[in-house]
Design a protein around this ligand. Structure first.
Ligand SMILES: Nc1ncnc2c1ncn2[C@@H]1O[C@H](COP(=O)(O)OP(=O)(O)OP(=O)(O)O)[C@@H](O)[C@H]1O
Length: 603
């Protein structure tokens, strides 16, 4: 790597780190070493170790200033950099217009910082950009016409002070979109049913589908009127008149919403009454907790009911994935035959057959003290992070006493069953492939949700389900709150005060790796798998650790030992010493690449 590039990177990091001296990364990024060959932390290069591809410095407690010009004005760097990620720091400053020179960028993640100022027009010139996250900062002013970037498939800008109208995006391209809690105004461009109200909430002057607030002819013009008033010095007489009109209109809208709410309240009381009837049908069980207390082998009529928040307006089911659960209604769930299939420490799990033949599972979470508002917000954030190997909730229900989550039923069981059930063939290549997929999925979720403090919190092989294609899917992501995670069994005494919750998932994943390698249960006859593996390795009997069936299929011991080393690093008692999920994923992919190369050379 050229000296100029090294020097620029070191200076860029020094500015990002700020002057508090706490995080002096220049110690790690040394100019007399090579960013690629010497593996500078957070820097990833091309296969030839010649060019910088990615700079990923999420959650490094950086509190300095972003100097985009430094990176993007240096031709060799601008020509190779595809991914810049600085999520979850305390970085200030703004996005300089020079960002337009970093033309190769496909991902720009700046969420959860203290960045401010306007969004430069040059951002809309990044034609390769696919994922843009500027959420949870202090950005203000209008957006440039980002709809010109045809390949953009993620745009997160929630929790800023952005204003003006929303560009005319083609929403069918997006898997994530959120502009909630800003000051956007005017008509929402047609979302064609791809996104719901939660992507637009918290913008008082925004109207039209999917928000409940309808646009009048006047409010359609509001965005334009506001833009022109921003340009002029002060409101003219005409404008004052017009705004008074808006104010009157606002009052009418508020009255309309209040009327609607009153009607809904009446309707919800009816639903509640229906549920109560169901309760009496089943022998008058406790009204707030009517899930069956015994496991029923036979499919029975639904045993659960939902009550309203201490007489307040009862919520209905909030559907998060319209594609999979378009017509799903709370009444349907309550009426459908249900079977208790699990009673874990988080609550009970029911398998429910809907009228239309669709099979879902309903997780009823117990003892989660999270407020309804926080729960809803959490669900909305969760529903934005979509990964093909993470099972997203289809819908949820929330009242003070009840929290229900609805997932698609996965008929092929769990990794736990695959490992410890009766099936015999579960070969090494498949185990390694499953480990790589889960690691990649968790890396994605940590990158997307870590800044919100949302982690899995309860990783174990029974929460890894096998989908129709027998590929692994992480289920129940984010179902446990952070507070609960602090008291999870994975919490270790070392450094518990400053516990990094992301590292709890790394621990859970390490245990799954140990299960894959040993084929043993996590706890058996009082013996803890992690302790057992560590003691056997200490005694230098590493070969004894591995599943006998792997030994008999002549799986590569070298690669099994490599994976074991990854697992042991993940279950380190000190959370700080554990690698990040991203590092774990890279290590497993290297082992997988070796495995694939050896299979090819054998052929
Ligand atoms: N969407 C789903 N489809 C099919 N099976 C599922 C689904 N979700 C969970 N399961 C299976 O149902 C069983 C019970 O799940 P549950 O989540 O209640 O138990 P758990 O994972 O042991 O406990 P907990 O997650 O509460 O600690 C597990 O075997 C799990 O693999």
């Amino acid at each position: 790597v050229e000296d100029e590039v090294k020097r620029t990177l070191v200076q860029f990091l020094a500015q990002l780190s700020g002057n508090d001296g706490q995080q002096n990364f220049t110690l790690v990024w040394k100019q007399d070493s090579d960013p690629c060959k010497d593996h500078w932390q957070g820097v990833y290069c091309d296969a030839q170790n010649m060019a910088i591809k990615r700079v990923l410095l999420d959650r490094f407690n950086l509190s300095g200033t972003l100097n985009v010009a430094m990176l993007c004005n240096l031709q060799p760097l601008a020509a190779s950099l595809t991914f810049l990620s600085l999520d979850g720091n305390k970085i200030g400053g703004g996005i300089g217009t020079e960002i337009g020179n970093c033309k190769q960028l496909t991902r720009l993640h700046l969420g959860g910082n203290q960045l401010s100022g306007g969004i430069p027009d040059s951002l809309a010139m990044l034609n390769n950009l696919k994922r843009l996250d500027i959420s949870s900062n202090e950005f203000l002013g209008p957006l440039p016409d980002l709809s010109r970037i045809s390949g953009l498939n993620m745009f997160l800008a929630q929790n800023n002070h952005l204003s003006g109208s929303i560009p005319a995006f083609d929403f069918s391209n997006f898997d994530q979109f959120n502009v909630s809690f800003n000051n956007f105004s005017g008509l929402i461009p047609d979302v064609h049913g791809y996104f719901f109200a939660d992507s637009f909430l918290g913008n008082p002057e925004l109207c039209g589908d999917p928000l409940p607030k309808k646009c009048s002819g006047m409010s359609k013009l509001l965005g334009q009127a506001q833009a022109s008033s921003e340009e002029s010095k002060g409101p003219s007489k005409d404008q004052i008149l017009m705004y008074s009109g808006y104010a009157a209109l606002g009052v009418i809208i508020v009255l309309f919403v209040v009327l609607k709410l009153c009607r809904r309240k009446k309707r919800d009381h009816k639903i509640e009454a229906l549920n109560r009837i169901e309760v009496t049908d089943h022998g008058g069980a406790d009204k707030t907790s009517n899930f069956s207390s015994e496991h029923k082998a036979e499919v029975s009529r639904s045993e659960f009911s939902v009550t309203s928040e201490s007489g307040m307006v009862s919520q209905s089911l909030i559907v998060l994935s319209r594609a999979a659960a378009n017509e799903l209604k709370l009444e349907d769930l309550l009426k459908a035959p249900a079977e208790l299939i699990g009673r874990g420490k988080n609550g009970s799990l029911y398998k429910v057959m809907l009228d239309n033949g669709m099979m879902v599972v309903v997780k009823r979470i117990k003892d989660w003290t999270i407020s309804s508002h926080d729960f809803k917000q959490r669900m909305q954030i969760l529903s934005q992070a979509k990964h093909p190997h993470v099972l997203s909730p289809l819908a949820f229900y929330c009242s003070k006493q009840e929290k229900l989550l609805v997932y698609e039923y996965q008929q092929n069981g769990s990794l736990f069953k695959l490992l410890h059930g009766t099936q015999k063939t579960f070969d090494w290549t498949r185990r390694l492939g499953i480990a790589a997929i889960i690691a990649e999925a968790l890396t994605f979720m940590h990158q997307e949700l870590g800044q919100h403090g949302i982690v899995h919190g309860n990783l174990k092989s029974s929460n890894i389900l096998l989908n129709k294609k027998m590929e692994p899917c992480v289920s129940e992501y984010g179902v446990l709150g952070v507070d609960d995670q602090q008291t999870s069994p994975f919490t270790t005494p070392i450094g518990a005060g400053a516990l990094d919750v992301l590292k709890e998932d790394v621990y859970g994943f390490g245990v799954i790796l140990l299960e894959l390698l040993t084929g043993k249960l996590v706890k058996s006859e009082g013996i803890d798998l992690t302790d057992w593996v560590q003691s056997v390795v200490r005694e230098e009997w590493t070969g004894e650790v591995f599943d006998k069936s792997l030994i008999s299929e002549y799986a590569s011991e070298e690669r099994m030992v490599n994976l074991l080393q990854v697992a042991i690093r993940c279950v380190n008692r000190s959370p700080q010493a554990r690698p990040t999920m991203n590092q774990v994923s890279l290590m497993i992919n290297t082992i997988k690449d070796d495995e694939e190369k050896s299979l090819i050379s054998e052929v």
